[in-house]
Each structure stands twice: as structure tokens, then as C-alpha cells.
Write a protein that binds this ligand. Structure first.
Ligand SMILES: [Zn+2]
Length: 93
């Protein structure tokens, strides 16, 4: 990793205490230390997600949710009409 302070090479650092161990274990962030300038900080190797991909994903899941809701509403309406059939109109002679 490139050191954000001096552009030197920062290497993984050991955790300091249980709090850092817990944070390191549950997050993608890991501690780093620069041997050149002494900088110590947290960084992740996970690439930042492309904003276009996020928008595409949000649109996809919104459309899927709308379709699922429409199918659910249709199923409930259909079930109600099945359970409560409309009386047949009286035939007049
Ligand atoms: Zn540095």
C-alpha cells in the first residue's frame, strides 16, 4: 500500500489491543504502518464500487420490488374474489 503521507510503502501493522483486533476482524480495514515516515492508519484492499454499478443495482432491485408487489397485490385480489364470489345476476323472465 502507498503511504498517504509520504508516498512510501506502508506495510501491514499489528493490532493494538482488543478494540483494534475486534474492528480488524469484523471490517475489511486493516492497520498499516509506513517505515519511512511512521504514519499509521487503516486501509482496505476492497476496490471502491463504481457509481454506475450502484445505480444499476438500485434500479434493478427497485424494479424487482415493484414487480413482486404487483404480483402480490394481484394474488390477494384474485384470492379475495375466489373466496367471496360475486352473486350471479338474477335472470328476469
Ligand atoms: Zn509514509
Amino acid at each position: 500500500m502507498i503511504c498517504p503521507n509520504c508516498d512510501g510503502r506502508a506495510r501491514r501493522s499489528h493490532h493494538r489491543g482488543l478494540l483494534e483486533l475486534a474492528f480488524k476482524s469484523i471490517s475489511a480495514y486493516k492497520p498499516y504502518r509506513c517505515a519511512d515516515c511512521g504514519w499509521r492508519g487503516w486501509a482496505t484492499h476492497i476496490k471502491p464500487v463504481n457509481r454506475k454499478e450502484i445505480v444499476k443495482s438500485v434500479i434493478f432491485w427497485c424494479a424487482a420490488l415493484i414487480i413482486a408487489l404487483a404480483i402480490g397485490v394481484y394474488a390477494v385480489v384474485d384470492l379475495r374474489s375466489t373466496l367471496n364470489p360475486q352473486p350471479a345476476p338474477a335472470v328476469s323472465k
